[in-house]
Design a protein around this ligand. Structure first.
Ligand code: FAD
Length: 285
Protein backbone atom coordinates (compact mmCIF):
# COMPACT_ATOMS: atom_id res chain seq x y z
CA UNK A 1 0.00 0.00 0.00
CA UNK A 2 1.17 3.50 -0.79
CA UNK A 3 1.14 5.46 2.45
CA UNK A 4 -0.18 8.64 0.78
CA UNK A 5 -3.54 6.80 0.67
CA UNK A 6 -3.74 6.85 4.48
CA UNK A 7 -4.15 10.61 4.68
CA UNK A 8 -6.97 10.61 2.12
CA UNK A 9 -9.16 8.68 4.55
CA UNK A 10 -8.07 9.62 8.05
CA UNK A 11 -5.42 11.13 10.26
CA UNK A 12 -2.24 9.10 10.11
CA UNK A 13 -0.20 7.72 12.98
CA UNK A 14 3.31 6.67 12.07
CA UNK A 15 6.50 5.68 13.88
CA UNK A 16 10.16 6.03 13.00
CA UNK A 17 12.69 3.41 14.01
CA UNK A 18 16.35 2.83 13.16
CA UNK A 19 18.03 -0.45 12.21
CA UNK A 20 20.19 -1.83 15.00
CA UNK A 21 23.93 -1.68 14.40
CA UNK A 22 24.58 -5.41 14.79
CA UNK A 23 22.93 -8.42 13.13
CA UNK A 24 22.27 -9.96 16.53
CA UNK A 25 20.33 -6.85 17.56
CA UNK A 26 18.26 -7.06 14.38
CA UNK A 27 17.00 -10.39 15.65
CA UNK A 28 16.19 -8.79 19.01
CA UNK A 29 14.15 -6.02 17.50
CA UNK A 30 11.12 -8.30 17.46
CA UNK A 31 10.26 -7.34 21.03
CA UNK A 32 10.04 -3.68 19.98
CA UNK A 33 8.07 -4.47 16.83
CA UNK A 34 5.56 -6.57 18.78
CA UNK A 35 4.70 -3.58 20.95
CA UNK A 36 4.64 -1.15 18.02
CA UNK A 37 2.33 -3.47 16.04
CA UNK A 38 -0.14 -3.56 18.95
CA UNK A 39 -0.39 0.22 18.71
CA UNK A 40 -1.68 -0.06 15.11
CA UNK A 41 0.40 2.56 13.31
CA UNK A 42 -0.44 3.28 9.66
CA UNK A 43 3.22 2.88 8.78
CA UNK A 44 6.67 2.56 10.29
CA UNK A 45 9.58 4.36 8.66
CA UNK A 46 13.10 2.95 8.86
CA UNK A 47 16.11 5.26 8.82
CA UNK A 48 19.07 4.86 6.50
CA UNK A 49 22.68 5.04 7.69
CA UNK A 50 24.21 8.46 7.19
CA UNK A 51 26.89 8.55 4.49
CA UNK A 52 25.96 5.12 3.20
CA UNK A 53 27.21 3.43 6.37
CA UNK A 54 27.13 -0.32 6.72
CA UNK A 55 23.67 -0.49 8.24
CA UNK A 56 22.00 0.56 4.93
CA UNK A 57 21.23 -3.02 4.00
CA UNK A 58 19.70 -3.46 7.39
CA UNK A 59 17.18 -0.76 6.45
CA UNK A 60 15.75 -3.06 3.79
CA UNK A 61 16.04 -6.11 6.07
CA UNK A 62 14.09 -4.35 8.78
CA UNK A 63 11.52 -2.93 6.35
CA UNK A 64 10.87 -6.46 5.05
CA UNK A 65 10.43 -7.72 8.59
CA UNK A 66 7.93 -4.95 9.35
CA UNK A 67 5.94 -5.70 6.21
CA UNK A 68 5.97 -9.46 6.10
CA UNK A 69 6.33 -10.54 9.74
CA UNK A 70 4.16 -7.83 11.27
CA UNK A 71 1.80 -6.80 8.45
CA UNK A 72 2.58 -3.08 8.75
CA UNK A 73 3.49 -0.88 5.81
CA UNK A 74 7.13 0.24 5.97
CA UNK A 75 8.63 3.42 4.55
CA UNK A 76 12.28 3.05 3.56
CA UNK A 77 14.50 6.12 4.06
CA UNK A 78 17.05 6.56 1.27
CA UNK A 79 19.78 9.21 1.08
CA UNK A 80 21.43 10.10 -2.24
CA UNK A 81 24.46 12.31 -1.60
CA UNK A 82 26.92 9.41 -1.64
CA UNK A 83 25.46 7.43 -4.53
CA UNK A 84 25.48 7.49 -8.31
CA UNK A 85 22.68 6.47 -10.67
CA UNK A 86 23.69 2.81 -10.86
CA UNK A 87 23.71 2.48 -7.10
CA UNK A 88 20.29 4.12 -6.81
CA UNK A 89 18.98 1.84 -9.59
CA UNK A 90 20.24 -1.20 -7.67
CA UNK A 91 18.57 -0.01 -4.52
CA UNK A 92 15.30 0.63 -6.38
CA UNK A 93 15.41 -2.84 -7.94
CA UNK A 94 15.89 -4.39 -4.53
CA UNK A 95 12.91 -2.47 -3.15
CA UNK A 96 10.73 -3.56 -6.06
CA UNK A 97 11.84 -7.17 -5.71
CA UNK A 98 10.88 -7.10 -2.05
CA UNK A 99 7.53 -5.39 -2.69
CA UNK A 100 8.49 -2.23 -0.78
CA UNK A 101 6.53 0.70 -2.21
CA UNK A 102 7.29 3.74 -0.05
CA UNK A 103 10.50 5.78 -0.04
CA UNK A 104 11.41 8.76 2.11
CA UNK A 105 13.75 10.43 -0.38
CA UNK A 106 16.54 12.35 1.34
CA UNK A 107 19.72 14.09 0.40
CA UNK A 108 21.54 13.07 3.58
CA UNK A 109 24.48 14.90 5.12
CA UNK A 110 28.16 14.87 4.15
CA UNK A 111 30.03 12.17 6.00
CA UNK A 112 33.74 11.79 6.78
CA UNK A 113 33.33 8.06 6.06
CA UNK A 114 32.45 8.49 2.36
CA UNK A 115 33.04 11.04 -0.38
CA UNK A 116 29.93 12.78 -1.67
CA UNK A 117 29.22 12.17 -5.35
CA UNK A 118 28.01 14.92 -7.57
CA UNK A 119 25.11 13.03 -9.12
CA UNK A 120 22.25 13.94 -6.81
CA UNK A 121 22.57 17.30 -5.11
CA UNK A 122 19.11 17.43 -3.58
CA UNK A 123 16.33 15.11 -2.57
CA UNK A 124 14.27 16.60 -5.43
CA UNK A 125 16.90 15.25 -7.89
CA UNK A 126 16.54 11.81 -6.34
CA UNK A 127 12.75 11.88 -6.61
CA UNK A 128 12.80 13.12 -10.23
CA UNK A 129 15.31 10.44 -11.20
CA UNK A 130 13.63 7.53 -9.42
CA UNK A 131 10.19 8.54 -10.62
CA UNK A 132 11.18 8.07 -14.26
CA UNK A 133 11.62 4.33 -13.79
CA UNK A 134 9.63 3.38 -10.70
CA UNK A 135 6.18 3.64 -9.23
CA UNK A 136 7.03 4.33 -5.58
CA UNK A 137 5.19 6.64 -3.25
CA UNK A 138 7.73 9.32 -2.36
CA UNK A 139 7.84 11.15 0.93
CA UNK A 140 10.14 14.09 1.71
CA UNK A 141 11.61 15.75 4.78
CA UNK A 142 10.72 19.27 5.88
CA UNK A 143 12.03 21.66 8.52
CA UNK A 144 9.64 23.88 10.50
CA UNK A 145 12.64 25.79 11.89
CA UNK A 146 14.34 26.01 8.48
CA UNK A 147 17.01 23.65 7.16
CA UNK A 148 20.37 24.86 8.57
CA UNK A 149 21.80 25.39 5.06
CA UNK A 150 18.98 27.69 3.95
CA UNK A 151 19.26 31.47 4.26
CA UNK A 152 15.63 31.87 5.28
CA UNK A 153 12.48 29.90 5.79
CA UNK A 154 11.10 31.43 2.59
CA UNK A 155 13.97 30.11 0.45
CA UNK A 156 13.71 26.76 2.25
CA UNK A 157 10.00 26.55 1.43
CA UNK A 158 10.72 27.46 -2.19
CA UNK A 159 13.07 24.45 -2.30
CA UNK A 160 10.44 22.37 -0.56
CA UNK A 161 8.03 23.27 -3.34
CA UNK A 162 10.57 21.84 -5.83
CA UNK A 163 10.53 18.59 -3.84
CA UNK A 164 6.75 18.48 -4.04
CA UNK A 165 6.75 19.37 -7.75
CA UNK A 166 9.25 16.55 -8.32
CA UNK A 167 6.71 14.12 -6.87
CA UNK A 168 6.79 14.00 -3.06
CA UNK A 169 3.31 13.09 -1.82
CA UNK A 170 3.77 13.45 1.94
CA UNK A 171 6.19 15.57 4.01
CA UNK A 172 7.49 14.41 7.39
CA UNK A 173 8.90 17.13 9.59
CA UNK A 174 12.02 17.48 11.64
CA UNK A 175 11.21 17.34 15.34
CA UNK A 176 10.33 20.55 17.16
CA UNK A 177 9.17 21.54 20.62
CA UNK A 178 7.24 24.70 19.90
CA UNK A 179 3.96 24.07 18.09
CA UNK A 180 3.56 27.72 17.12
CA UNK A 181 6.65 27.36 14.92
CA UNK A 182 5.05 24.38 13.19
CA UNK A 183 1.75 26.21 12.65
CA UNK A 184 3.54 29.19 11.07
CA UNK A 185 5.52 26.86 8.84
CA UNK A 186 2.36 24.96 7.85
CA UNK A 187 0.71 28.22 6.87
CA UNK A 188 3.74 29.28 4.81
CA UNK A 189 3.63 25.92 3.03
CA UNK A 190 -0.02 26.46 2.15
CA UNK A 191 0.75 29.95 0.86
CA UNK A 192 3.48 28.41 -1.32
CA UNK A 193 0.89 26.07 -2.84
CA UNK A 194 2.10 22.97 -1.01
CA UNK A 195 -1.12 21.04 -0.65
CA UNK A 196 0.11 17.58 0.36
CA UNK A 197 0.01 16.36 3.99
CA UNK A 198 2.70 18.06 6.11
CA UNK A 199 3.07 15.75 9.09
CA UNK A 200 4.71 16.93 12.32
CA UNK A 201 7.53 14.80 13.70
CA UNK A 202 7.53 14.66 17.49
CA UNK A 203 9.84 13.13 20.01
CA UNK A 204 9.70 13.14 23.80
CA UNK A 205 12.86 14.20 25.57
CA UNK A 206 13.36 11.56 28.21
CA UNK A 207 17.12 11.55 28.78
CA UNK A 208 19.39 14.44 29.66
CA UNK A 209 22.09 13.31 27.22
CA UNK A 210 19.59 13.61 24.34
CA UNK A 211 19.29 17.34 24.86
CA UNK A 212 22.62 18.71 23.62
CA UNK A 213 22.62 16.25 20.71
CA UNK A 214 19.21 17.50 19.71
CA UNK A 215 20.21 21.12 19.70
CA UNK A 216 23.28 20.23 17.63
CA UNK A 217 21.54 17.99 15.12
CA UNK A 218 18.09 19.43 14.76
CA UNK A 219 18.57 23.09 15.70
CA UNK A 220 15.29 22.82 17.56
CA UNK A 221 14.45 25.77 19.76
CA UNK A 222 13.24 25.17 23.27
CA UNK A 223 10.22 27.16 24.48
CA UNK A 224 10.36 28.53 28.02
CA UNK A 225 7.88 25.96 29.34
CA UNK A 226 10.09 23.18 28.00
CA UNK A 227 13.35 24.73 29.26
CA UNK A 228 11.92 24.83 32.77
CA UNK A 229 11.32 21.08 32.66
CA UNK A 230 14.86 20.39 31.53
CA UNK A 231 16.42 22.69 34.10
CA UNK A 232 14.38 21.17 36.89
CA UNK A 233 14.76 17.48 36.02
CA UNK A 234 17.92 17.00 33.97
CA UNK A 235 19.54 15.15 36.87
CA UNK A 236 16.50 13.10 37.80
CA UNK A 237 16.01 10.38 35.21
CA UNK A 238 12.56 9.19 36.31
CA UNK A 239 11.16 12.69 36.68
CA UNK A 240 12.56 13.75 33.30
CA UNK A 241 10.92 10.69 31.71
CA UNK A 242 7.52 11.62 33.18
CA UNK A 243 7.79 15.30 32.40
CA UNK A 244 9.23 14.74 28.91
CA UNK A 245 6.41 12.34 28.04
CA UNK A 246 3.75 14.70 29.38
CA UNK A 247 5.20 17.62 27.44
CA UNK A 248 5.22 15.57 24.24
CA UNK A 249 1.65 14.38 24.83
CA UNK A 250 0.44 17.95 25.35
CA UNK A 251 2.21 18.92 22.10
CA UNK A 252 0.49 16.08 20.22
CA UNK A 253 -2.95 16.86 21.63
CA UNK A 254 -2.57 20.50 20.64
CA UNK A 255 -1.58 19.41 17.10
CA UNK A 256 -4.53 17.06 16.86
CA UNK A 257 -7.09 19.62 17.98
CA UNK A 258 -5.60 21.98 15.40
CA UNK A 259 -6.64 19.60 12.60
CA UNK A 260 -3.16 18.50 11.65
CA UNK A 261 -3.35 15.47 9.36
CA UNK A 262 -1.24 13.06 11.34
CA UNK A 263 1.56 12.47 13.82
CA UNK A 264 4.96 10.95 13.11
CA UNK A 265 6.55 9.75 16.32
CA UNK A 266 10.30 9.37 16.62
CA UNK A 267 10.25 6.27 18.84
CA UNK A 268 14.02 5.94 19.36
CA UNK A 269 13.31 2.18 19.21
CA UNK A 270 11.84 2.52 22.68
CA UNK A 271 8.53 0.66 22.87
CA UNK A 272 7.72 2.15 26.30
CA UNK A 273 7.77 5.62 24.75
CA UNK A 274 5.47 4.67 21.88
CA UNK A 275 3.10 2.81 24.18
CA UNK A 276 2.78 5.65 26.66
CA UNK A 277 2.17 8.23 23.92
CA UNK A 278 -0.41 6.06 22.17
CA UNK A 279 -2.25 5.31 25.40
CA UNK A 280 -2.52 9.05 25.95
CA UNK A 281 -4.20 9.70 22.59
CA UNK A 282 -6.12 6.46 22.05
CA UNK A 283 -9.49 8.20 21.92
CA UNK A 284 -8.27 11.31 20.19
CA UNK A 285 -6.37 10.34 17.05
P1 FAD B 1 17.25 18.56 0.53
O1 FAD B 1 15.78 18.45 0.30
O2 FAD B 1 18.13 18.34 -0.63
O3 FAD B 1 17.53 19.98 1.19
C1 FAD B 1 18.83 20.31 1.65
C2 FAD B 1 19.06 21.83 1.47
O4 FAD B 1 19.03 22.17 0.09
C3 FAD B 1 17.98 22.70 2.12
O5 FAD B 1 18.60 23.87 2.57
C4 FAD B 1 17.02 23.01 0.97
O6 FAD B 1 16.33 24.23 1.16
C5 FAD B 1 17.96 23.07 -0.23
N1 FAD B 1 17.31 22.54 -1.45
C6 FAD B 1 16.49 21.46 -1.54
N2 FAD B 1 16.13 21.23 -2.81
C7 FAD B 1 16.74 22.20 -3.56
C8 FAD B 1 16.77 22.48 -4.95
N3 FAD B 1 16.11 21.72 -5.83
N4 FAD B 1 17.52 23.55 -5.36
C9 FAD B 1 18.21 24.31 -4.49
N5 FAD B 1 18.21 24.08 -3.14
C10 FAD B 1 17.49 23.04 -2.69
N6 FAD B 1 19.44 11.53 7.32
C11 FAD B 1 20.01 10.31 7.12
O7 FAD B 1 21.21 10.21 6.85
N7 FAD B 1 19.26 9.15 7.22
C12 FAD B 1 17.93 9.17 7.50
O8 FAD B 1 17.29 8.13 7.58
C13 FAD B 1 17.29 10.45 7.72
N8 FAD B 1 15.97 10.53 7.98
C14 FAD B 1 15.38 11.77 8.12
C15 FAD B 1 13.99 11.83 8.35
C16 FAD B 1 13.36 13.08 8.51
C17 FAD B 1 11.85 13.13 8.74
C18 FAD B 1 14.14 14.27 8.46
C19 FAD B 1 13.47 15.61 8.68
C20 FAD B 1 15.50 14.21 8.23
C21 FAD B 1 16.14 12.97 8.05
N9 FAD B 1 17.52 12.86 7.80
C22 FAD B 1 18.10 11.62 7.61
C23 FAD B 1 18.37 14.07 7.79
C24 FAD B 1 18.56 14.67 6.37
O9 FAD B 1 19.28 13.78 5.55
C25 FAD B 1 19.31 16.00 6.53
O10 FAD B 1 18.52 16.92 7.22
C26 FAD B 1 19.90 16.63 5.27
O11 FAD B 1 20.71 17.74 5.66
C27 FAD B 1 18.87 17.20 4.30
O12 FAD B 1 18.15 16.23 3.67
P2 FAD B 1 16.92 16.67 2.71
O13 FAD B 1 16.43 15.45 2.07
O14 FAD B 1 15.94 17.50 3.45
O15 FAD B 1 17.72 17.58 1.66
Amino acid sequence: MKVSEVYKKKRGLSFEIFPPKKDTELRNIDATLEVLTDLHPDFISVTFGAGGSSNCNRTIELAKKIKYDYGIEPVVHLTCLHYDMDEIDCFAEELKKEGLENVLALRGDPSPAAAAKDTFRHSSDLISYMKQKNDFCFLGACYPECHPESDSIISDIKSLRKKVDAGAEVLLSQLFFDNDIFYRFHEECELAGIDIPVIPGVMPVIKAKQISRMVQLCHASFPKRFKKIIERYENNEEALFDAGMSYCLSQIIDLLVSDIRGIHLYTMNNPAVARRICEGIRNII
